[in-house]
Design a protein around this ligand. Structure first.
Ligand code: BES
Ligand code: ZN
Length: 939
């Protein structure tokens, strides 16, 4: 064995040596051979200490990370896009501080044509021996003839690039017959626009100049300070004020022909007043009123909440037609996908409004948390994304209290991640990442949803005002700087200590942020009026094996336990230290039942004895006032997960749902909806499917009767409930709902384009378009396709795109898929969503699976392996696979294409889900089917 290792090490050594020789010999080599470097970097990572040492001795560092010894101070950057040609020219002058003598400087570059590199000290040229690009590392390497002494230098680079290569970096976005340019850099794409030190800790100031055609507006992070016309080229050079120190991923450049509306932000004396502007295409500024109103109120809220002034002189928001994600928090110039920003009052639904508002307040939260104070490295991404996700509910609760977003946190954010985090393929919140693929992959449910959930739990036991003060201190202490998780905890610690002098906040939180997963607490009655609580890692596969010693906390958590009984909510928290094997809760005389984890604020599940579940179900049925709507949603959510993992029988889970005939609140129904839809897809092709349909119809009928298909003026939360119930009714084929939907659909379709065409109520559109299309003929589909092509409103387009995926006819779906691939029909940034929609349809599932396997190389070419959207497509489209055949197909697909890029963890998740689905079918399907049969017979 050791001989084998020795041989392998020697081979590695030789390989690296080869590469090194290559590098040294190729003085004027610009693009390095991808193949050689790929094998080298791979070997480099798996190799033992010996070869690395050897590499160091040869002064050849192959690392994704840049040296911390060359620090950018300022970028002076000029970009000149040519929209006709789809290219841009650039010039950057980077002021750097070299901390130690060295013979080389490395910085990032990708897809750029580097034309000229000069290095200057005090305006004098320093001889550059060679410069070359290492494509595999996305780096530009500059080597000097003689070692540079420590000191200040300027790196001066001419370069050019393409605006049409991708939809990240600096790119062109087309709409109608117009073109605009925009940028999106987070996390590692600034290097596609200009050579730079593209890591969050390298904060520097920016002096930006953009060259624009006449008639265009140029925007960047800062305010414009000059515009100089060049009559020869008929262009303007627009210069912006020097920025505050910021990370490269926050820089942003836009050229467009948009109009704007503006509002003055009232800072209440915390900093100077400034202007908030929202931009929209000419003639469409009415669609930004909603965003502008949310933006203004949220910004004013954040200034008060953080007690820190907004540090820039202006703040712009703009929607870009072709857009990779939902939105990005570029400092002073937030960019959005159109559907995440524009609201047309005539067509937008309540859900559309809430979703736009959520996106806006999320990005605004980053202006401080993320932009002013930034994580040192992407390992701590959750500080950015978890925090902004949590601030969404706080900001919206403050500015739109009637939306009750605090309650909706459970169904919007926490419940889904409790599923993915109950898998072995999950990861810890604080996670080591290095390559661009690894970095982009952690913009995931763990960073966003689990991150925000553990912050909510933290706030729960620290207290709202203490939490706010700790956060405010943190922002003041680290402004313009970079931090790690510990810095946030240290700022909160003094406030926590006031009430918990004997506890250590860092230790408590480390158990949640530094190990994968979460616990289930098992509660059993103890002696005389006590409950004994133990804990274990919760996994959906209870029999899964893993090494409990692979992390320092050994899969035990420091758990804040809250509880309530028939006599009210307990005031104190019972702490369950990770080191203890169990804790005891002492009940009061007269306590007859007990529920742990008030409002599901704690990030854990609770398993009771069957008798205790029985008591809780009685309380639900009796509409106990003690159980809040979050408690009710919590019980539904927990009981299904616990039944899947075999902590409780499925009969108990199903029994619990019988209480829904008396449930009238949105959040519990939203939770039940998720569980029933999941169950329906598990029972799709079995006897149980029919039973479930009847059962859900039975449960919703009382509430369905109270809803109206006519336009009604009701509070927002009632609107959400109404849409949820009507869509459940349509989904589970309640006959009266089905016929109503089809009738509304046909009359809408017939009247479209005619003089008397009547618009449909915005809240009903999604349901009517989608369920109306279920039984659509080819002719009806073609008509809707035509409407989609002609539609100009992004949200209406989205509803139609979804509806087009509804038909049960596979031939129609095949046609849709073919048409959608053409980017004149469906934008690249929307295409994978269409694929997911079709895969959600049982009639389209096999079609998509065949398509993906057959065309994978084309997908990789179009979307790149670095796209986490492409990576996530695999678990997305296979989430309902539940056979050994599918498992084998998936395994052979992965071995045919072993390179997963940013989709590596996603593949592991997909396999684990598939195995779980097979297990579910074998273990639970008979029980659920039997229960449904018995229940329906007794009705
Ligand atoms: N910082 C992100 C933008 C981002 C997302 C950059 C993914 C790189 C990769 C931004 O704040 C964000 O989180 N946007 C979300 C929407 C938001 C409302 C949760 C997005 O784009 O999906
Ligand atoms: Zn974010």
């Amino acid at each position: 064995m050791s001989l084998l290792i020795l041989v392998i090490s020697l081979v590695c050594l030789l390989r690296i040596h080869d590469c090194k020789t290559n590098l040294m010999l190729s003085f004027d080599l610009v693009k390095f051979s991808k193949f050689t470097l790929q094998s080298v970097t791979k070997r480099y990572r798996v190799s033992t200490v010996k070869p690395i040492k050897r590499m160091e001795s040869l002064k050849m560092k192959l690392s994704d990370r840049l040296s911390g010894l060359v620090l950018p101070v300022n970028y002076n950057l000029k970009l000149h896009p040519n929209m006709e040609k789809g290219t841009f020219e650039g010039h950057v002058n980077i002021h750097v501080n070299v901390k130690e003598e060295r013979k080389h400087i490395y910085l990032h570059t990708k897809f750029l044509d580097i034309k000229n590199v000069k290095v200057l000290k005090d305006n004098k040229d320093i001889p550059v021996a060679k410069f070359f690009e290492v494509a595999q590392l996305e780096q530009l390497m500059i080597h000097f003839e003689q070692a540079l002494p420590a000191g200040h230098y300027h790196i001066d680079i001419d370069f050019s690039g393409s605006l049409t290569k991708s939809i990240v970096g600096f790119y062109a976005s087309r709409y109608k017959d117009r073109t605009m340019v925009a940028s999106k850099f987070e996390p590692t794409y600034a290097r596609q626009a200009f050579p730079c030190f593209d890591e969050p800790e390298f904060k520097a100031t920016f002096d930006i100049a953009l060259v624009k055609p006449k008639g265009y507006t140029a925007l960047s992070n800062m305010n414009e300070i000059s515009s100089v016309h060049d009559s020869k080229t008929n262009t303007d050079v627009v210069s912006f004020a020097r920025s505050v120190p910021m990370s490269t991923y926050l820089a942003c450049f836009v050229l467009c022909e948009f109009d704007f509306k503006e509002t003055e932000i009232n800072t209440n004396g915390i900093g100077d007043p400034f202007t908030l502007r929202s931009y929209a295409r000419k003639g469409e500024t009415q669609k930004i009123d909603f965003a502008q109103s949310i933006g203004q109120r949220a910004t004013e809220f954040y200034i008060k909440y953080y007690e820190v002034p907004f540090p820039l002189p202006k703040l712009d928001m703009i929607a870009i037609p072709e857009y990779q994600s939902g939105a990005t928090e570029h400092w002073g110039l937030i960019t959005y996908r159109e559907t995440s920003f524009l609201i047309d009052d005539a067509t937008a639904s309540t859900q559309n409004r809430i979703s736009v508002a959520n996106t806006i307040v999320h990005e605004l939260a980053h202006m401080w948390f993320g932009n002013l104070v930034t994580m040192k490295w992407w390992d701590d991404l959750w500080l950015n994304e978890g925090f902004a996700t949590y601030m969404q509910v706080k900001a919206l609760d403050a500015i739109e209290p009637s939306w009750t977003m605090l309650d909706q946190f459970l169904t919007k954010t926490m419940h889904s991640v409790l599923v993915s985090d109950a898998k072995l393929a999950s990861h810890a919140i604080v996670q080591t990442v290095e390559t661009p693929d690894e970095i982009t992959a952690i913009f995931d449910a763990i960073s966003y949803n689990k991150g925000s959930s553990v912050l909510r739990m933290l706030e729960g036991f620290v207290g709202e005002e203490n939490f706010r003060r700790g956060v405010s201190d943190y922002l003041k202490r680290y402004k313009y700087g970079n931090t790690v998780t510990q810095d946030l905890l240290a700022s909160l610690e003094p406030y926590f200590k006031k009430d918990h002098p004997d506890l250590n906040l860092t230790l408590i939180m480390d158990t949640w942020t530094r190990q994968t997963g979460y616990p289930v607490l098992t509660v059993t009655p103890g002696d005389a009026h006590t409950l004994v609580v133990s804990q274990a890692r919760f996994l959906l596969d209870r029999s899964a094996t893993y090494n409990t010693r692979d992390n320092q906390f050994q899969y035990r958590w420091f758990v804040p336990i809250t509880y309530k009984t028939n006599q009210g909510t307990s005031k104190r928290i019972v702490w369950f230290p990770n080191e203890e094997s169990n804790v005891t809760i002492t009940l009061s005389p007269g306590d007859t039942w007990c529920k742990l984890n008030n409002n599901q604020v704690g990030y854990y599940r609770v398993s009771y004895t069957e008798e205790m579940w029985g008591q809780l179900i009685q309380q639900l049925k009796g509409k106990s006032e003690q159980l809040t709507l979050s408690d009710r949603a919590h019980l539904i959510n927990d009981v299904f997960a616990l039944a899947t993992a075999e902590y409780v029988s499925y009969e108990v889970a199903m029994n619990l749902t019988t209480y829904l005939t008396v449930e009238e609140d949105y959040v519990p129904w939203d939770t039940a909806d998720t569980e029933f839809v999941k169950l329906a897809s598990r029972l799709e092709n079995s006897l149980g499917g029919e039973g479930l349909r009847k059962y859900v119809q039975h449960l919703i009928t009382p509430l369905y009767k109270k809803q109206s298909w006519d336009q009604t003026d009701i509070p927002v939360i009632q609107k959400l409930l109404r849409v949820r119930i009507l869509s459940l009714a349509a989904r589970f084929e309640l006959p009266q709902a089905q016929s109503k939907v089809r009738e509304l659909f046909l009359s809408w379709l017939d009247s479209r384009g005619t003089a008397g065409a009547k618009d449909m109520e915005p809240d009903l559109r999604s349901i009517v378009y989608f369920y109306g299309m279920k039984s659509a003929s080819q002719a009806e589909w073609d008509k809707v396709w035509q409407l989609f092509l002609e539609e100009r409103d992004p949200q209406e387009q989205q509803k139609l795109r979804h509806a087009l995926s509804a038909p049960a006819n596979t031939n129609i779906l095949r046609k849709y898929l073919t048409l959608a691939w053409d980017q004149n029909n469906v934008r690249t940034s929307d295409y994978l969503i269409v694929v997911q929609y079709i895969a959600n349809n049982p009639s389209g599932r096999a079609l998509i699976w065949d398509e993906i396997r057959a065309k994978w190389p084309e997908y990789v070419k179009r979307f790149s392996l670095n796209s986490r959207y492409l990576g996530n497509l695999i678990p997305g489209i296979s989430s309902t696979f539940d056979t050994e055949v599918k498992l084998q197909e998936m395994e052979s697909f992965f071995s045919q294409y072993p390179e997963a890029g940013a989709g590596e963890a996603a593949r592991r998740r997909a396999l684990e889900t598939l195995r779980g689905n097979i297990r579910w079918r074998e273990t639970h399907e008979p029980t659920v089917t039997q229960w449904l049969n018995d229940y329906l017979t007794n009705l």
